[in-house]
Design a protein around this ligand. Structure first.
Ligand code: TYD
Ligand code: MG
Length: 502
């Protein structure tokens, strides 16, 4: 029996220290450094396996680049087109994919559907290691999804060495391990899901997958803050990292790539969770905008709303953003609330600061809430202008033409900065039936004409307000004439609505 050695590992980032630390000196997290026991001395390189694999260090001769065959033709299509696109053309034999997401988001459902689709081809042998659920539960789900008799080999092992042995023996095309946190390496004494366990189990599976030429998909859980549980090194170890996300209370789900050694990370797929499992959504904007699209040309849009554009991978999405500006009940010594749902709070704070300083809007004592309808988390700065318009229309209690879309990033001097893929966004806006688009002047002239839609180039935030809401500028002017610049005024009364179609 080899001598056991204890080491102190940060459960967030995998940093190893010689003793207890209250705060990880690498990632700065508090209370995450715990003691773990391992067999054999560590190799000393962070992220390297601590277990002796017994292999010769000089097992392979050097290869000349031109002689290396990547073998793209070998890619295994999953027959779910959107997943293939996200993967860059299908699964790569020997490649290891990590798919992570919150519990209950639909990872097991997606992977079982994938297994079902792959098993339709007689040449594919598909293994499903269900270490979190019983075989009966998996069978029940497969029945619900409509392929209870699919040729999928189920296994309930929790021991990583046993799983690796089965992978070697089966010589399967695809294996799914659900999940990496629920299996354990018997040579590591710490609990399943700990940094050492996750790292060593993953390393053994990766090595076995490459040797058996099996494409392996690992399921990984995410922690409360959204990072993949276990060491960050896990992300470096695998070939592809996919994130499956969405709002659990809604049906929309997005599959994003954050790392892909075999393809682009600019592609994503959008699904909806139905009674019969996940279905691909071809026109997500229509689903997300719903009734809002029917307002165009008929009624005015409610105040505090605007349509923004977001690139989700190569897809152009249009979504409604809602804002509510209300008098704050926060005392003189506390700050008013600024809450953003589906939108980055720091970007919201920046937009509020620009509106206060450059547009003389008195938001200092106002609570500001922003919500992007649909439950998706957006990370596209092109949405800044729409968020700014939604806040301003709520502040002024004004409505705008529901046929308008607002595209542009806002800089700190209130300038509207150019955005990527404007032509693509405009073509989609035109297809959805929008009539006006306010876009960064810096992006003009366009190389493609978006048909009948009126495209208005704007330079800065003031420019946009001049076009769509001159009342705001008039109010700012009166305020500047009647008040000292440091004084704050109360918000317009909501009891006398002045909604006007502009
Ligand atoms: P699951 O795939 O188990 O999520 P994860 O593996 O990410 O934890 O299940 C997600 C949820 O989806 C579960 O609450 C039930 C629901 N669901 C459907 O709505 N329709 C279906 O056809 C299936 C199989 C699940
Ligand atoms: Mg699951």
């Amino acid at each position: 029996m080899a001598k056991t050695k204890s080491r102190w590992l940060c459960q967030d980032c995998g940093f190893e220290s010689s003793g207890y630390l209250g705060k990880c000196t690498d990632c700065g997290a508090w209370g995450t450094v715990v003691e773990e026991m391992a067999l054999a001395p560590a190799l000393g390189i962070r992220g390297a396996s601590v277990l002796n694999t017994g292999k010769s260090l000089l097992s392979e001769p050097l290869s000349l680049l031109e002689d290396v065959d990547f073998g793209d033709a070998q890619r295994l299509p999953t027959s779910i087109n959107d997943v293939d696109e996200v993967l860059g053309g299908g699964l790569v034999p020997g490649g290891v994919i990590l798919i992570s997401g919150e519990p209950g988001i639909g990872k097991s459902t997606l992977l079982l559907q994938l297994a079902g689709a792959l098993s339709k081809s007689k040449s594919n042998k598909v293994l499903y290691f269900a270490s979190e659920e019983s075989k009966g539960q998996v069978k029940l789900r497969a029945e619900r999804l409509g392929f209870g008799n699919a040729q999928i080999y189920l296994d309930g092992s929790h021991n990583t060495q046993e799983i690796a042995q089965k992978l070697t023996d089966a010589k399967a095309q695809v294996a799914i391990i659900d999940s990496i946190q629920s299996i354990y390496h018997p040579q590591i004494s710490s609990a399943s899901g700990s940094v050492s366990q996750v790292r060593e189990s993953a390393q053994l599976i990766i090595d076995t997958a490459k040797e058996a030429n099996t494409s392996v998909i690992l399921v990984g859980h995410v922690t409360k803050d959204g990072s993949i549980a276990g060491p960050r090194v896990l992300e470096h170890m695998v070939d592809v990292v996919l994130i499956f996300e969405g709002d659990r209370t809604r049906r929309l789900r997005v599959l994003r790539t954050i790392k892909n050694r075999f393809g682009s990370t600019q592609v994503s797929a959008i699904f909806t969770m139905t009674e019969d499992g996940l279905k691909t959504v071809d026109n997500p904007s229509e689903l997300l905008l719903g009734e809002r699209l029917h307002l165009v040309g008929k009624k005015q849009a409610p105040s505090g709303t605007a349509i923004i554009s977001a690139q989700e991978g190569r897809r152009s999405l249009f979504l409604e953003v809602q804002a509510l500006v209300a008098n704050s009940n926060a005392g003189a010594n506390s700050s008013p609330k600024r809450l953003a749902n589906g939108w980055d709070t720091n970007r919201l704070l920046q937009i509020i600061a620009v509106l206060e300083k450059k547009m003389s809007m008195s938001l200092g004592r106002a609570d500001v809430y922003v919500n992007v309808v649909g439950g998706l988390d957006l990370n596209d700065p092109a949405g800044d202008l729409g968020v700014c318009i939604a806040i301003a229309t709520s502040y002024m209690d004004r409505s705008l033409d529901p046929g308008s879309v607002f595209i542009g990033e806002i800089g700190l001097t209130a300038e509207i900065r150019a955005v990527a893929d404007l032509e693509k966004r405009l073509l989609e806006a035109q297809r959805l039936g929008f009539t006006h688009a306010y876009v960064p002047k810096a992006n003009l002239p366009l190389s493609k004409n978006p048909g009948k839609m009126k495209v208005v180039g704007v330079d800065n935030v003031k420019d946009v307000f001049e076009q769509v809401m001159p009342q705001l500028l008039a109010k700012a002017k009166t305020q500047n004439q009647t008040q000292a610049p440091t004084q704050t005024s109360t918000l317009p009364s909501t009891s006398t609505p002045t909604s006007t179609m502009i």
